[in-house]
Design a protein around this ligand. Structure first.
Ligand code: URP
Length: 384
């Protein structure tokens, strides 16, 4: 079974480089340094007691004359599954609820306004198996399933917006399954849901066996703490997916994910960060941690041996800002809560500097894309 060889890129660089060189390497890799956020000591002790990493950072912005700063704290949660995949479904789900509840308690102590959990957080990422039972039993109604009701209580208790990515069973449409993020307002009301638009067809990510591409477009949720959107996992490889959330006005785009070392670890630091730069918004990349072992071996359709696990999920959750700066990542191996404070005024400030929305030439792309999807499309290749 493969395991991560590094717990933190940032800590490794810091360990091995002289301080001045480290500062310059970090500037080149991560942009201008973000400041550490002072977190209450009760939160630090509670996180240590519950054995998860707690990190906090702050992104600044210029003061404006006509607008007050719009300060928001987001919380990104990454976690292992607490029970083995063979445990009864209800017990696995309850254990996950309990784990998240204790992490959200700490998020509340840190003044988090919007919290987001990892993709399909109420279950093991069992789609690699291609088996239906028991995994499809983890699916629930986005509107009033037990997990949504649980998150509504958390939202009300902590006055916190909760983004809860789950396997959805859509009871209004033939009990079909979807990969969905439910957005719950800090009042406890379900604001709506966003569905995963791009389904992987790579390696053991056999998700197309379970659900279809999302049919909801690119909704943006107006919350008390800013306009947020959710681009679920594989959507991060698709620049147009980020763009459409941004065109609908998203200031923070969450990217709850489940991805593994051998597949994407070197792409991970680039994609959400690039999206923050290209779209003048904040992006929050969240990945689960640990290795999940399944009772029945499955093959990858590549002639290789059957195996019981998908590989290790490398965590490394981080937040990126529109100016290209970013926080260091959470651990590659441990459960964690990343708290990031941001002034949403930075989105317009960077937009006014770089003008990507103004220079975007969307009309030209709209025309060329409309032509490219026609059956009679002829690629514009000029030959001698
Ligand atoms: N959950 C998911 O879509 N994973 C696919 C692999 C990846 O995007 O890195």
């Amino acid at each position: 079974m493969a395991t991560p060889r590094l717990d933190s890129l940032e800590r490794s660089l810091q360990r091995h480089l002289p301080p001045e060189e480290f500062a310059e390497v970090r500037r080149l890799l991560y942009g201008e340094a973000v400041s550490p956020l002072d977190l209450p000591s009760v939160a630090v002790s509670a996180a240590a007691k519950s054995r998860f990493e707690l990190k906090g950072y702050r992104f600044g912005a210029e003061l404006e004359q006509l607008r007050q700063p719009r300060i928001v704290r987001v919380g990104l949660v990454q976690n292992k599954i607490p029970l083995p995949t063979e445990a009864p479904v209800a017990e696995q789900k309850t254990a996950l609820h309990k784990r998240i509840e204790e992490i959200v308690e700490v998020a509340a102590m840190c003044g988090v306004n919007v919290v987001c959990f990892q993709e399909a957080w109420t279950m093991p990422f069992a789609f690699c198996t291609r088996e239906k039972l028991p995994w499809t039993e983890f699916a629930e109604s986005a509107e009033d399933g037990p997990t949504t009701r649980f998150c509504q209580e958390l939202a009300k208790k902590h006055n916190m917006v909760v983004v809860s990515p789950v396997l959805e069973r859509d009871f209004a449409h033939g009990e079909t399954l979807w990969n969905t993020a439910v957005v719950i307002s800090n009042s406890g009301v379900v604001l709506g849901k966003s569905r995963k638009n791009h389904i992987p067809r790579i390696g053991d990510f056999n998700e197309s066996t379970y659900y279809m591409e999302g049919d909801r477009g690119h909704p943006v949720f107006q919350t008390q703490f800013g306009k947020i959107a959710v681009n679920i996992c594989f959507g991060r490889h698709h620049p147009l997916n980020w763009l459409l959330y941004s065109l609908n006005g998203a200031e923070i785009i969450f990217n709850p994910s489940a991805t593994i070392g051998k597949l994407s670890e070197s792409m991970w630091p680039i994609e959400a960060r690039n999206a923050a730069i290209a779209n003048h918004c904040f992006t929050c990349a969240i990945n689960r941690v640990g290795t999940e072992i399944y009772p029945n071996a499955f093959t990858s359709g590549d002639g290789g041996e059957a195996h019981h696990d998908l590989g290790y999920f490398y965590g490394s959750s981080y937040v990126a800002a529109p100016d290209g700066s970013r926080t260091p990542e959470l651990s590659h191996t441990q459960d964690g809560l990343l708290v990031a404070e941001m002034d949403l005024n930075l989105c317009r400030q960077i937009g006014d500097q770089w003008n990507f929305k103004m220079t975007g030439r969307y009309e030209m792309y709209a025309k060329e894309l409309a032509a490219a999807v026609q059956p009679n499309f002829v690629p514009n290749i000029i030959k001698e």
